[in-house]
Write a protein that binds this ligand. Structure first.
Ligand SMILES: Cc1cc2nc3c(=O)[nH]c(=O)nc-3n(C[C@H](O)[C@H](O)[C@H](O)COP(=O)(O)OP(=O)(O)OC[C@H]3O[C@@H](n4cnc5c(N)ncnc54)[C@H](O)[C@@H]3O)c2cc1C
Length: 414
């Protein structure tokens, strides 16, 4: 395989470039702003291998009205975007049927059980091993009832090989003393890890790949066409240039749906915007990522500060961010981390590329085999990037895939 163009310099595009370069492929990454802000920079930093349960769990729809009633709550739908969201929501509700739920959980577990096999060598090869903190994660609960309600999900995770240790409130505070007395239950998941700073990781990986021969082109991709300019497939840029290649990988995060649809491939992909506040001097110490189960937010101790984030806002790719959400999350955290100082925090928002079934799209376009999709990782793009890159590289080179790729095919949206 001669030359492959990867659209998108986020963590998924770069991890794909890594695997292709290793195979001796000539790789060009095209991005309108390769060093600019993106979901891959500001996320919570979790290598959340234990997260094999899709967002659409049976019964979740009953909770939606309550979440929507709180203007700064965990879920928001911008009214102007609501009509366009209907097909996605219908598919989301289908994903919550018991049989679908089980199938999706198995498909997420198939990816997540491979994560460290692909991630650790990638980090080691780029001298980034120290960016990974393998300290597990702690999920905490205020109410026994909420803990009981999640028991089925924890059982399912166990059945997928995930190590789950249930704790009392005091045991949770023994491993994270900053937690308030209101915490009555905890679950420790030792296989989870977090990176020291997702932006540093992406920046260093990009620089290391450049040093190994990666070519980066700055440009807005406006179209993909088969068979122009002597290449099997060509990528059209906003300035009118067409770049020929043998294959093209679409790893453009939440914008990937536009490119897939321009090729005639149907896909349901939405921006699920998340928010956070990163506090450089928080006045409290956490050692590992803490997930506040009932309130749907997380706190991760990063090298740049304590990052408090969450929220799922559906408003399309162009709606301005509402940073009141970032501030609300920081205020919420004050209730669980006594002594937390939120002054000096930096607010951030980013577009998670969300499919309704929580599964990424990994595989060749059925219409244009020269185009390979690698997007739609939702809450797990950092976690699954190295594995996705490996799978895409195998697809591009015609090697047998390491996992059954059927659940991730774009044709599931037909
Ligand atoms: C608040 C928040 C917290 C999160 N926490 C976690 C976590 O703890 N763990 C985890 O695993 N995941 C987490 N995620 C999800 C994760 O960040 C994303 O799934 C992942 O970053 C997606 O990476 P990507 O490379 O697909 O997309 P992106 O990082 O969005 O990169 C896409 C790139 O494509 C480029 N691009 C798009 N369209 C075009 C075009 N037409 N032409 C040229 N360039 C284009 C963009 O400029 C961008 O650079 C979180 C996300 C958010 C928002």
């Amino acid at each position: 395989m001669g030359h492959i163009i990867v659209i998108g310099a986020g963590i998924v595009g770069l991890a794909t470039a890594h695997h292709l370069l290793r195979e001796g492929v000539c790789v060009t990454v095209v991005d309108r702003d390769p060093e600019g802000d993106k979901a891959s920079f500001g996320n919570a930093g979790g290598i959340a291998v234990t997260e094999v349960i899709p967002a659409s769990v049976p019964g979740v729809l009953w909770k939606v009205p309550g979440w929507l009633a709180d203007p700064l709550g965990p879920l928001a739908i911008r009214p102007a975007h609501a009509p366009r969201l209907i097909p996605w929501l219908l598919r989301f509700s289908r994903a919550g049927r018991p049989s679908e739920f089980k199938r999706i959980t198995a498909a997420l577990a198939a990816l997540n059980t491979r994560v460290y096999d692909d991630l650790l060598p990638l980090l080691a090869e780029h001298d980034l091993r120290e960016e990974l903190q393998q300290l597990g994660a702690l999920t905490v609960y205020e109410q026994e009832a909420a803990f009981d309600e999640d028991a089925m999900q924890w059982g399912l995770k166990r059945s997928c090989g995930i190590e789950v240790r249930t704790l009392t409130g005091n045991e949770a505070r023994e491993i994270e003393p900053a937690l308030s007395q209101s915490i009555t239950r905890g679950v420790f998941t030792p296989q989870w890890s977090h990176v020291r700073d997702p932006k540093t990781l992406v920046d260093k990986l990009r620089q290391s790949l450049l040093a190994r021969g990666l070519c980066i082109q700055v440009g807005e991709v406006c179209g993909i066409r088969p068979g122009l300019e002597g290449g099997a497939v060509s990528v059209g840029l906003g300035d009118g240039r067409w770049l020929p290649a043998d294959k093209v990988v679409v790893a453009a995060g939440a914008w990937s749906g536009l490119l897939a649809r321009s090729l005639g491939d149907k896909v349901l992909l939405e921006s699920e915007r998340g928010y956070n506040t990163t506090i450089p001097d928080p006045g409290v110490v956490l050692s590992r990522e803490v997930i506040f189960a009932e309130r749907h937010f997380v706190a991760t101790p990063l090298s740049c500060g304590l990052r408090i984030g969450g929220a799922a806002e559906f408003g399309g790719l162009h709606a301005p961010a509402n940073f009141k959400r970032s501030q609300a999350l920081a205020r919420l955290a004050e209730r669980y981390l006594p002594g937390l100082r939120t002054e000096g925090g930096t607010c951030w928002a980013g577009h998670r590329p969300a499919t309704p079934d929580s599964l990424p799209v990994i595989g060749a376009s059925p219409r244009h085999p020269g185009v390979i999709y690698a997007f739609g990782h939702g809450h797990l793009g950092l976690t699954q990037a190295a594995t996705t890159g490996r799978l895409v590289s195998d697809i591009a080179l015609g090697k047998p895939p390491l996992v059954d790729l059927a659940p991730y095919a774009i044709s599931r949206f037909n």
